[in-house]
Design a protein around this ligand. Structure first.
Ligand code: PHB
Length: 390
């Protein structure tokens, strides 16, 4: 009996009680340079999540390790991810604003035994590059298909498309064009411009000359989207009667003060408006505004980051803190919850987020601030782009 007891005590000592660890999450994003506000929004979403849900999962402390990547730079993204995994010992990778950066990291995930939770990068194909990718943002297919429907429904007949020439731009162009044409619309011209383009006057001239009654545009949110919408307003395209149509990247809330009254009435389709009317969003916006400091800087990457943290906390819970990337990812397949953006779920097959897409109109509130007013909902959209990349 005594021996048995001793053996039992020895066995417990060997296995040990669950010990408290620090679990590190490596977050890569643009925290300096021209896209710094977008990175600041990642951090605000993460801070808001941790302020509302704590910095622990079970007994484990959660530590976020940030790495800065100012613009799209795949080689640097891969180097940073490797450094986070090998030197910092992160168990999770997250963030990633630009598609090329996320793409560059997918080949290292399985060997590193690390899931990648994408908080922004929005090209459909990313999730197909590794079974360890989960995405909590959106895709350009998700947002652009509804815009083609809206255009058709409002009597638009001829469209010119203008996109940045890289993954999400090509997706936006393909999604819009395919859908619009299938509904009987005509795309008269498709312009792809280098990511670095910042003089849009020549493009606005081509838009005017094209004979289109609307322009559909996508550029990644940042200084160039602001420049693009300004150029549309200031180069006589609007006066020429060419309607502006775009996914919500082009009217992110942090750009609205600089656009002013000239943006009023612009229609966009997107997964999130800061003005979304729900108790969950009210709680989120309050916490995220506190985290970001300047409330006017709050924008959509914050909600991708907030929901990304929700997913990571579920993964840590499900694995009891053990490093098992496949088990972590499997645990969130089918996970559904009420996000600040509305009801969402992680699609079990694609690991991409299913969500409502809203048609919004830029409006002015009584206090003089501008916002994206939701006026129509496309419910529970998966990613239509996945059929196209398979
Ligand atoms: C991307 O590179 O995937 C990306 C960046 C910014 C956006 C949308 C997509 O607004």
């Amino acid at each position: 009996m005594r021996n048995l007891l001793l053996a039992a005590v020895a066995a417990i000592a060997l296995v040990g009680p669950a010990s408290a660890d620090t679990i590190k999450v490596g977050v890569v994003g643009p925290f300096s340079g021209p896209f710094a506000i977008q990175g600041k929004n990642f951090k605000a979403g993460i801070d808001a999540w941790m302020a509302l849900n704590g910095a622990k999962v079970g007994d484990d402390d959660i530590e976020i390790v940030y790495r800065d990547i100012p613009t799209a730079d795949p080689a640097q993204a891969k180097a940073l991810a490797q450094e986070l995994v090998v030197k910092e010992g992160v168990q999770y990778l997250a963030g990633f604003y630009f598609t090329p950066d996320a793409m560059a990291v997918t080949p290292i995930l399985e060997q590193a035994n690390v899931p990648l939770v994408i908080m922004n990068a929005a090209t459909s194909a990313i999730v197909t590059k590794s079974p360890l990718v989960v995405r909590t943002s959106f895709t350009l297919w998700q947002t652009s298909v509804p815009m083609a429907k809206v255009a058709k429904g409002r009597g638009v007949k001829k469209v010119i498309t203008v996109v940045s020439d890289y993954g999400p731009g090509v997706d936006a162009e393909t999604a819009f064009t395919t859908t619009f044409k299938a509904d009987g619309g005509e795309v008269v011209e498709s312009i792809r411009m280098p990511l670095s383009t910042n003089d849009f006057s020549p493009i606005m001239q081509r838009v005017k000359d094209s004979g289109a009654d609307a322009v559909f545009a996508f550029l990644p949110s940042g200084p160039t989207t602001l420049g693009f919408v300004k150029a549309y307003n200031e180069n006589g395209v609007k006066e020429a009667g060419v309607t502006f149509l775009a996914p919500g990247d082009l009217t992110q809330e942090s750009d609205l003060p600089a656009l002013g009254d000239s943006a009023l009435g612009i229609l966009t389709t997107f997964h999130y408006s800061i003005a979304h009317d729900s108790p969950e969003n009210k709680t989120f916006v309050e916490a995220a505004r506190k985290a970001i400091g300047n409330p006017a800087e709050l924008s959509f990457p914050s909600v991708g980051a907030y929901d990304g943290m929700h997913v990571i906390y579920k993964m840590i819970e499900a694995t009891g803190g053990e490093q098992n990337a496949q088990k972590a990812v499997d645990a969130v397949k089918g996970l559904a919850w009420e996000s600040p953006r509305g009801p969402v779920a992680i699609d079990a097959d694609s690991r991409h987020i299913t969500q409502n897409i809203y048609l919004r109109e830029v409006a002015k509130a009584e206090d003089g601030t501008y916002y994206n007013k939701e006026i129509q909902t496309f419910e529970k959209m998966g990613d239509p782009g996945l059929a196209a990349v398979k």
